[in-house]
Design a protein around this ligand. Sequence first.
Ligand SMILES: Cc1cc2nc3c(=O)[nH]c(=O)nc-3n(C[C@H](O)[C@H](O)[C@H](O)COP(=O)(O)O)c2cc1C
Length: 397
Amino acid sequence: MFKPVEIAPGIYSVGCRDWDIRDFHGYSTYEGTSYNAFLILDEKNVLIDTVKKEFAQELLDNISKIIDPSDIDVVISNHTEMDHSGALTAVMERIGKEKTVLCSKMGLKNLNSHFPGKLNLRAVDNGEELNLGKRTLAFMETKMLHWPDSMFTYVKEDKILFSSDAFGQHYAGDCAFDDEIGDKVMDHAAKYYANILLNYSSRVQTLLKSVQESGLEIGMICPDHGVIWRDNPGAIIARYDEWSKQDGVKKAVIIFDTMWKSTATMAREVAKGIESRDVHVRLMNTRKCHRSDIMTEVLDAKALVVGSPTLNNGIFPVVADVLTYIKGLKPQNRMAAAFGSYGWSGESVKILNREFEAMKMDVIHEGLKIQYVPDEADLEKCFVMGQAIADKILDAC
Ligand SMILES: Cc1cc2nc3c(=O)[nH]c(=O)nc-3n(C[C@H](O)[C@H](O)[C@H](O)COP(=O)(O)O)c2cc1C
C-alpha cells in the first residue's frame, strides 16, 4: 500500500500508513494516520524513528526496496511513544541488535522502561553532532514537546528538520507533501496542535524564539505523522507561533448536553445572542461531537460557554468528560460562562463556575439557571446573556 518516497537526494520517507484507525488514544482520526520513518543513505546509513509494532514488517519491506536493512548503521529514536518505537526491537533484530540506537537522555530512560535491556542505547547531548560522511546530523532536545524524551534531528547540509510529533497531522491519504494536500492540511495540523501540544504552548514559544535567534535555516520539516512540509515550512511555523500565543479570535464555543432539551433550547438562544453581535459561535453537543473536535474549536476561541442540566446534584457526565479533557490541555487567556436547566436543587452552574476558576478562566457572567422548561422571558435572558458574552469578547479582541 505504500512505497518509499525520495524526499531529497538519498533521503527517503519509508514509514507506514494506518488507513483505518479512527481512534488514536481517544483522538478521532477520520482520515487515519501515518507513522513516518526516514532513511538517510550516506557513508553511515541512518534510520530515523520506526513505526507502531504491528507495522514492523511493512517498514522493513519499505527499507528493503532501497537497501538491505542490515546495511543501516545507526538508528535514531526522536520519541519513545509506541507509535514510533513499538517496532524498534523487531526492526533491530533485522538491522543488527548490536547497532546503536541514539536518543535523548530522557529517551534512554524511557526506552529502557519500555524495552528493558533489549536495545543498545546511547544518549546524545543537546546540540551534539554526528558526521555521516557527506552530511552532519545535529540533535536538539525538545523536552515536553510532547514527551520528556522528545528531540529533533536536523540535517545541516540539506536543511531538513526531523521534528518527531511536532508539526504533525493525523492524515493517511495519498499525499506525501504539503503542496499536494492543499489547504486542508492546516485543519489537520490545528487539530493536532489543539489536542497534543496546546498544554505545552509556552515551550513552543521558547523553542520558536531560540530557532529564530540561532538563525537555523529550515528548508523542509518532516514530522512523524502526516505530510512533509516541503513547499512552505514557514507556514506551519507561523501557525505554531499564532496557536501557542493563544490570543484568541472573536469566537465563542458553546458546549452543552441535555436530557429533555431545555438546556439545548437555552444553548441556541445564547448562540443567537452571541451571533447578533457578529461574533462567531460554534454550538457543540457533547454527546454528538467528539471531544477532540470540540478541542479543535476551542483552540482559537476567546470564550468557552458551557451548558449543563443538573443531574443528581451534579453536572451531566459527558459535559464533565469534555471539561476534564479541555482542562488537561490548559487553554490560556480564555473567558467563560455557564448556563443550564434544573428541577429542584440546581447545582450545575455553580459547579461549572468552580471548574472555570480551577482552569484559570475569566468568568465573565455569573451564570444563568432556568427551572425546568424555559419560557419566553427565560429565552430572552439567554439571548441577553449571549449578547453580554459577545460584548466582552469584542472588548478583549
Ligand atoms: C435522573 C435525573 C436526575 C435529576 N437530578 C436533579 C437534581 O439533582 N437536581 C435538580 O435540580 N434537578 C435534577 N433533575 C431535573 C433536571 O435538571 C431538569 O429536568 C432539567 O430541566 C433538565 O434539563 P434538560 O432538559 O436540559 O435535560 C434531574 C433529572 C433527571 C432525569
